[in-house]
Design a protein around this ligand. Structure first.
Ligand SMILES: NC(=O)c1ccc[n+]([C@@H]2O[C@H](COP(=O)([O-])OP(=O)(O)OC[C@H]3O[C@@H](n4cnc5c(N)ncnc54)[C@H](OP(=O)(O)O)[C@@H]3O)[C@@H](O)[C@H]2O)c1
Length: 253
């Protein structure tokens, strides 16, 4: 498949779906976590939901990369390793660290997320396998690559730190919500989402892959409306919620 065909007939339509999802999420918050509600069909255990929907991503990316790989050098393996590292944490470590006693999520959400993760795993694995050899030899010394790596690392650190604050808010048996403080919570309600968005922006820059840019678009489409919904939820539930805190972008949004 030529790169033009892949971009025009797979990536463009997939980016279009992300735009539609972004619009829909302005009106309907995905019914998991604090926004869980009745009417979304069969419910499954939260931990297993996270495992099932997230483990698909590294499996599909690695399987696709392995199947299609042609003449790839170490750099594409580095990108694959970053993806696998992120998703192995999200699918295997994170679900068993959350304090989620007895909580459930709709099976439908796990299925939607599984489709999102499968397609993004496929497009990114396919791009790196088929076109990864196009990187010039000195790509790792380019400003774009270096800035990308720096953003990926700082986004990952922000995401982990922010998730860590949330995980420590509850004892092993608690299930309620408290106001998070410290770190970037001084400025925004959802620094974990901000970190995730910065991380995948870094990935798109360092790989210069159109598939990674579309994945970044999907991440923004999912997490910006979610951050707004969480922010509104905090303001509604806590009268003492810090008034200057924004939803996701310090001082701005
Ligand atoms: N790339 C993407 O498109 C994408 C999409 C979704 C999520 N993610 C990532 O996945 C991770 C989890 O996402 P999420 O939407 O579940 O995040 P979240 O709503 O912030 O929740 C994370 C965990 O902390 C708990 N929690 C949240 N706020 C709390 C509070 N105020 N007090 C006590 N506990 C609290 C949640 O419990 P409850 O479950 O009980 O609410 C959950 O276990 C994030 O790092 C996010 O960036 C990425």
């Amino acid at each position: 498949m030529s790169q033009e065909f892949f971009i025009t007939y797979i990536l463009y339509p997939w980016a279009g779906v992300a735009a539609v999802v972004f619009l829909v999420l302005q009106f309907v918050s995905a019914p998991y976590g604090r926004h869980t509600r009745q009417g979304w069909g069969t419910m499954i255990d939260n931990r297993w939901g996270w495992l099932i929907m997230e483990i698909i991503s590294p499996i599909v990316l690695l399987g696709t990369f392995w199947h299609y790989k042609t003449q790839n050098g170490g750099l594409t393996w580095f990108f694959v390793a970053l993806w696998l590292g992120h998703y192995l944490n999200r699918s295997i470590v994170f679900p068993w660290r959350i304090r989620t006693n007895g909580k459930k999520m709709p099976l439908l959400i796990a299925l939607f997320a599984g489709i999102f993760n499968s397609v993004n795993g496929f497009t990114n694995g396919f791009y790196l396998a088929n076109y990864g050899y196009l990187y010039p030899n000195d790509w790792v010394f380019s400003l774009q690559f270096i800035v990308g790596v720096a953003l990926f690392a700082s986004g990952l650190a922000i995401n982990w730190q922010a998730d860590e604050v949330l995980l420590r808010l509850r004892s092993a048996t608690e299930t309620g919500y408290k106001i998070p403080h410290g770190g970037l919570y001084r400025f925004v309600s959802c620094p974990n989402y901000l970190g995730e968005i910065i991380e995948w922006l870094g990935f798109a820059l360092m790989t210069a892959s159109p598939a990674a840019w579309v994945f970044w678009g999907w991440t923004v489409a999912n997490l910006v409306p979610r951050a707004q919904a969480n922010h509104n939820w905090y303001r509604h539930h806590f009268t003492d919620y810090p008034p200057k805190r924004k939803a996701i972008l310090p001082f701005i949004w």
